[in-house]
Each structure stands twice: as structure tokens, then as C-alpha cells.
Design a protein around this ligand. Structure first.
Ligand code: DC
Length: 230
């Protein structure tokens, strides 16, 4: 039986979070933001005073991670509740991204999170956003997308996001941070960031979100004609 799963993998800033959310909402499907799991785990390690090289302790934490994802009724945003605390203000920071990327290189941590991610599948379907959704977590997904963009474009997007929020931002530092994280995610031994076999690769550097969404829907409709593209 074919499960209704669309995987969207790619580096941070490629637009995959926004595209995944819009796609899930358009199709009325569920959504897995796997990066949020790794981000919460990275923050949890820091809060418990565990260093990123203490693999056993981090794995133990991953196995027992007390996390729930709730939807805020007013904003519609997903809120990660870790040990009863809403981590929304912290998980999108660059620090959380770097922490996530560091705990994510540990093989036993990835294994510990595997079932939890697979359990996100629910009828009528799932859009799964991450780095290894199409390669490891849902290799049977009928539609796999790899969304990318140049590091410069991604840094610029992040710069604008931060400025719009009135936060401090430094283009050079953002670009360095993106390149460091890309390098770690792409070259790690377990589940490196690579397009899955058969993935539709979209470079969003010069595309708007609606343009990406159109391309993704057109591609998805070839394997899942019932979703339509209207
Ligand atoms: O998508 P994101 O920026 O929220 O992900 C944060 C980090 O988590 C990313 O740099 C690598 C890690 N990650 C991963 O290894 N595998 C995933 N499926 C999702 C995220």
C-alpha cells in the first residue's frame, strides 16, 4: 500500500519549512518538522548541562525526550513543549540550530528518534521536513523533494528575517554559520544531507515560495494523482 507521504529535505533557509507548512495545509495533511526535534534535543542537552560529546547521555535524553508539539489556537503555529515549558522563543535561534546540528551527528541519537518520527504518519497523509526524510526515515515515500538554494541567498533571507524582527544581524556571521552547519550536515557519517534517490531537486535561489509550491505540487501529482494541483 502506498502511504501518502511527501518528504522535503534540504539545508536551512532553502524555504523547506514554509513550503512544507503550506503544502500540508493545502492538502489537509499532517506535518513533521524533524528539525524541531533535533533543535529541542540540542537545547535540552544544554539545559541539562550535557556536553555535545557525551554521546550516551544525549542518547538517553533522546530516548526519553519529554516533548509535545501543540498548535496555538490563535496563531496556528506549532509550539514545542519540552518538560512542560514552551520553547518557541528559543528553538529558531542560530544557537539552537548549531546545537541541533551537533547532536544530530550521533548515530545512536538518530536511531533513538527514528520511531518517534515515523509515528508522525497519520491519515490522510504527512509532509515530512528535514535532512534525511526521504533517505532514512520514510524511504518508501512516493514523493521526495530536495529543496536547496545558494548559501548566499539563504544567508540573505535569514538576514532580512532577523532585521524585520528588529533583531541584530551580521551578514558575514550568518553566512559563516550557514556554511559551518551545511558542512557538518553534509559530511557526517550517518544520514548525511543528500538528495534521496528519485528526489525532485528544486533550487529556490531565484524562486518565490508560490513558484516552489507550484513546482512541488506538479511533481507530486504525477505520483499521487488524487491530490490534484488546482
Ligand atoms: O531544519 P532545521 O534547520 O531546523 O534543522 C536543524 C538541525 O537539525 C540541522 O542543522 C541538522 C539537524 N537535522 C537533522 O540532522 N536531521 C533532520 N531530519 C532534521 C534536522
Amino acid at each position: 500500500m502506498t502511504l501518502n507521504i511527501i518528504t522535503i529535505d534540504g539545508p536551512s533557509g532553502s524555504g523547506k519549512g514554509t513550503v512544507s507548512l503550506q503544502l500540508a495545509s493545502k492538502l489537509g495533511w499532517h506535518m513533521l518538522d524533524s528539525g524541531a526535534l533535533y533543535r529541542v534535543l540540542g537545547l535540552a542537552a544544554q539545559r541539562h548541562g550535557i556536553a555535545f560529546n557525551e554521546e550516551q547521555k544525549i542518547t538517553q535524553l533522546a530516548r526519553n525526550l519529554d516533548i509535545q508539539f501543540l498548535i496555538d489556537d490563535t496563531t496556528g503555529e506549532v509550539e514545542p513543549i519540552f518538560e512542560g515549558e514552551n520553547l518557541s522563543p528559543y528553538i529558531r535561534t542560530d544557537e539552537a540550530g548549531q546545537a541541533a546540528s551537533q547532536v544530530a551527528v550521533i548515530e545512536s541519537v538518530r536511531e533513538a528518534l527514528l520511531e518517534r518520527q515515523r509515528n508522525f504518519y497519520q491519515s490522510p497523509g504527512l509532509v515530512a521536513d528535514g535532512r534525511d526524510m526521504g533517505t532514512i526515515v520514510f524511504p518508501e515515500a512516493p514523493v521526495k523533494i530536495f529543496l536547496t538554494a545558494s548559501a548566499e541567498c539563504r544567508a540573505e533571507r535569514r538576514y532580512k528575517q532577523l532585521k524585520n524582527k528588529g533583531a541584530d544581524a551580521n551578514m558575514r556571521a550568518l553566512l559563516d554559520s550557514i556554511k559551518t552547519r551545511d558542512e557538518r550536515d553534509r559530511t557526517r557519517l550517518v544520514a548525511p544531507l543528500v538528495p534521496a534517490r528519485g528526489a525532485f531537486v528544486v533550487d529556490s535561489s531565484h524562486l518565490t515560495i508560490p513558484q516552489v509550491l507550484t513546482q512541488v505540487l506538479e511533481f507530486a501529482a504525477k505520483s499521487l494523482p488524487e491530490i490534484g494541483i488546482g
